[in-house]
Design a protein around this ligand. Structure first.
Ligand SMILES: Nc1ncnc2c1ncn2[C@@H]1O[C@H](COP(=O)(O)OP(=O)(O)OP(=O)(O)O)[C@@H](O)[C@H]1O
Ligand SMILES: [Mg+2]
Length: 256
């Protein structure tokens, strides 16, 4: 039998709990709102930066074409470096737009061959750097029922990283396949590059986080964050395992 004091304490507890719940709901709504605003801001800034950049690039080209002869060697080099900088900035803008788009674009599910898509990405990488000796081992016939374009971005980034971070290997090997972990189909991309330090595990999927040795390879540090967003939208998860000097393996799952 409850005493008056018990009932009072219980009612107080319930009221406090309800209030706390309301606070959490309010905070969540505010957080979602802020995230949406931030996304819109990112998108607009990235998008609007394009036109002035293209203008500067265009004027650099015209200056080179019209005044190129009169300019000294040094000035021509400066102009060239300005153009290189603009091209790199344009790439960063594209990466930011991609990152932003991944949070908003609609998912189009279709059944397709993920192995064939991996082959296409591998061929693309080879075409860009035909002098590199990289052996791809791609398991055949991996069928999935998900968004093809988004998974192309995933494989583009994972295989692209594997390609980039094995640059110092004379004989690089990159593997794409599927295995079963805890009863779930788990896709993997493995390379025999330098791998990375365990202490950076949490940082890999955060935008603009690059490991010290990767700075020289001039990435932006946005690729894996984009991949993580896509995988999360597919109801899956992604993680990495590695051993320094023995290469890296990235695993991801997709919801059924
Ligand atoms: N296969 C890999 N082997 C070793 N390090 C890797 C590998 N993949 C990713 N990393 C590390 O994780 C960091 C984040 O990868 P991410 O793809 O996000 O950025 P990035 O490749 O530097 O630039 P980008 O935005 O052009 O992809 C990299 O800078 C690198 O330090
Ligand atoms: Mg990358």
């Amino acid at each position: 039998m409850l005493t008056v004091t018990d009932t009072f304490t219980l009612t107080k507890d319930i009221t406090l709990k309800r209030r706390a719940q309301e606070q959490v709901e309010l905070l969540n709504t505010e957080l979602e709102e802020t995230n949406r605003e931030l996304e819109a801001f990112n998108y607009t800034v990235a998008h609007d930066l394009r036109s002035p950049l293209n203008l500067v690039y265009g004027f650099c080209q015209m200056t080179m074409r019209i005044c190129g002869e009169q300019l000294g060697e040094e000035c021509r080099r400066y102009l060239q470096q300005t153009q290189d900088g603009i091209l790199r900035m344009n790439k960063l803008i594209s990466a930011l737009l991609d990152f932003s788009r991944m949070a908003r674009s609609e998912l189009h599910r279709e059944s397709f061959d993920l192995s064939a898509l991996a082959e296409v990405v591998a061929t693309d990488l080879r075409l860009h750097e035909p002098e590199r000796r990289v052996g791809f081992r791609i398991s055949e016939g991996i069928m999935v029922d998900w968004d093809r374009e988004l998974l192309r971005v995933v494989l583009g980034n994972l295989l692209g990283n594997a390609w980039k971070y094995t640059a110092m290997r004379k004989e690089a090997t990159i593997e794409f396949g599927v295995t079963e972990i805890d009863g779930q189909a788990t896709y993997l991309v493995r390379d025999n590059g330098p791998g990375f330090d365990m202490e950076y595990a949490d940082k890999l999927f955060i935008p603009f986080q690059r490991l010290p040795e990767a700075m020289v390879l001039k990435g932006f540090g946005i690729g894996l964050a984009t991949v993580e967003r896509i995988i999360r939208r597919h109801g899956g998860r992604i993680w990495a395992e590695w051993e320094t000097g023995k290469g890296a393996t990235f695993y991801f799952t997709l919801a059924e």
